[in-house]
Design a protein around this ligand. Structure first.
Ligand SMILES: [Zn+2]
Length: 87
């Protein structure tokens, strides 16, 4: 890997962090909104891809969302994201 490629990877990492941060803010906003009582959480056998802690599975407006209480990450399918974002 040359230096140029290395920086490309660094940029990509920053982009991912940015989107994760945005997504987390969005989840926090959703949590504070009415309707959070619909959310139930349970542990899954899945490990967080980011920090390897067990993920929680939540159902939010009929969509399945995997969240990590350890690092605050959230993992969901593109269709679920679209549905939740109202796209
Ligand atoms: Zn995590």
């Amino acid at each position: 890997m040359n230096e140029k490629d290395h920086w490309k990877d660094v940029e990509r990492g920053r982009e991912e962090d940015y989107f994760l941060k945005k997504h987390r803010e969005w989840l926090e906003k959703k949590r504070s909104e009415k309707g959070i009582s619909e959310v139930t959480a349970s542990h899954t056998a899945l490990a967080c891809p980011r920090c390897s802690k067990p993920l929680m599975v939540r159902t939010l407006k009929q969509q399945t969302v995997h969240t990590c209480d350890a690092c605050g990450g959230a993992w969901l399918e593109a269709n679920a994201l679209k549905a939740l974002a109202g796209l």
